[in-house]
Design a protein around this ligand. Structure first.
Ligand SMILES: Cc1ncc(COP(=O)(O)O)c(C=O)c1O
Ligand SMILES: N[C@@H](CCOP(=O)(O)O)C(=O)O
Length: 461
């Protein structure tokens, strides 16, 4: 399988090179040249596979330059760190299917991809005899998952930028209490969008990228999206009564990575009727789906802080397909976005969007009320991001189609919101016990590209 850029200016490369490249060198995002469409027989034969075997079947279609036994070994090691035997189990509560994605080491869906990506990096660096400096941005969950994916690994340094004071306290501690010498946390005085812009700009500085062998752990890295495709298949096989029955997935969305993974699964032939894109009050993507309005606004702080994002980095991957796989048009639209502040779509394109997605923006009161009502009615505690997706599904799916809501984080990561909703703190998994008392390390810097670049240069391998 070869990979191309959404902006069309790189020669096709294999999977291993795509993982190492992260952001495409022409500023675009990497995508497989074709997305394999699977026949009914293949899909039916996957129905009863374990998570690890399913992951191997899906990932090997896109990673055919890794020998099968090596890939199997990478997958097995990556999911051995999960606390649930099914890795991503589905539970049913009052007719709503909850796909629990928080059984990894840092209690959020990011572990599903980042445990694998950490092992993949280690494998590829050993094979190439190279080193890597990872640079990533986080609104709270990617950071700790990436750190846990590579902490203590040889020949890898990791620099994670998070917006100072804008994550939940537990999210910040999950990052800053990791004291391995290869881990560097930077709290930037700014928003997640500032952090993500700085990271993208460092990746676009090709001499810098090359000199320090920058590696990407954000969902700009195709391997992130690919690993997340697997759980859509896994959940479908747990929920559909008969193969072929259509289901809906409701996805709380920030950077458009998770929902793009669902879109890939749909293009591969999984019977997904629609994807529900649920946002908090940072609702540029909901405005786009419901009214064709893709115009940038200001980011606001919410009780689902990991989704406090304006500029969703994977949206460009979807726009590539929406524009009929026309890289020149993608390049033009995204090059003009920072100055123009918007992208315009035709009515025919919007019709296609509405056939594939439904969307709902969920406000603060609705999020808290959903956590409270769901707990009252089922005894189950949702985290505030998951609650955004559940609220959207309850409102938008009324015709009996099975709705799978992605539970993207454990509620204990967002105790303050949960207390507001149900009046008590959710019980803590053992990994969080006593975390406040642990020593921590973090540098606070201005959200200034040059200051952060200088910091990285000083500490890089
Ligand atoms: C807990 C949680 N839920 C949902 C999201 C949104 O996922 P995505 O950025 O892939 O859209 C994020 C991060 O963005 C998150 O950390
Ligand atoms: N919510 C994310 C934001 C970064 O998204 P990514 O999927 O591109 O890594 C986070 O928790 O950091």
């Amino acid at each position: 399988m070869n990979y191309i850029s959404t902006r069309g200016a790189i020669a096709p490369i294999g999977f291993k090179d795509a993982v190492m490249m992260g952001l495409a060198t022409d500023g675009g995002l990497l995508l497989p040249e074709t997305i394999p469409a699977l026949g009914r027989n293949t899909l039916e034969s996957w129905q009863s596979l374990s998570y690890q075997d399913l992951a191997f079947n899906v990932i090997s279609l896109f990673a055919d330059d890794i020998p099968a036994q090596d890939l199997k070994d990478l997958i097995d090691r990556s999911y051995a760190t999960f606390s649930h035997p099914e890795i991503t189990p589905v539970v049913e509560k009052d007719g709503v299917y909850i796909l629990e994605l928080f059984h990894g080491p840092t209690l959020a869906f990011k572990d599903v991809a980042l445990q694998l990506l950490g092992n993949l990096f280690e494998y590829l660096l050993k094979e190439r005899g190279e080193k890597m400096n990872i640079v990533g941005a986080t609104s709270g969950d990617t950071g700790s998952a990436a750190i846990y994916g590579v902490r203590g690994k040889d020949k890898i340094n990791i620099f994670i930028l998070h917006p100072h004071g804008k994550t939940s306290p537990v999210q910040a501690l999950q990052m800053t209490t990791v004291l391995d010498p290869n881990v560097h946390n930077i709290a930037a005085r700014g928003t997640f969008d500032d952090c993500q812009n700085i990271v993208k700009s460092l990746f676009s500085d090709l001499p810098f990228k090359e000199k320090y062998s920058l590696g990407a752990v954000n969902s700009i890295n195709w391997a992130r999206v690919l690993a997340q495709v697997v759980y859509y298949f896994y959940a479908y096989f747990r929920v559909a009564a008969l193969f072929g029955q259509e289901v809906v997935f409701s996805v709380p969305t920030g950077n458009f990575g998770d929902i793009f993974a669902g879109y890939v699964a749909k293009r591969m032939g999984l019977p997904i009727r629609r994807l529900i894109l649920a946002t908090n009050e940072n609702n540029i993507l909901s405005r786009f789906i419901n009214g064709g309005d893709y115009s940038l606004g200001d980011v606001v702080a919410t009780v689902s802080p990991s989704m406090d994002i304006q500029l969703a980095s994977n949206f460009e991957r979807y726009v590539y397909y929406l524009f009929g796989e026309n890289p020149a048009r993608v390049r033009e639209a995204f090059a003009a976005l920072p100055t123009k502040g918007r992208i315009d779509f035709t009515e025919a394109e919007m019709e296609k969007v509405r056939d594939e997605f439904l969307s709902r923006s969920v406000n603060e009161d609705e999020t808290i009320a959903t956590i409270a009502a769901f707990h009252r009615e089922t005894g189950y505690i949702l985290d505030p991001h998951t609650a955004v997706g559940v609220k959207a599904a309850l409102e938008l799916v009324q015709d009996g189609t099975p709705a799978v809501c992605l539970a993207t984080a454990h509620p204990a990561k967002f105790a303050e919101a949960v207390v507001r909703a149900v009046g008590f703190e959710p019980s803590r998994p053992t990994s969080l016990e006593g975390i406040e008392a642990l020593p921590s390390r973090c540098d606070v810097l201005d959200a200034d590209r040059d200051a952060i670049k200088a910091f990285i240069e000083k500490k890089a391998l």
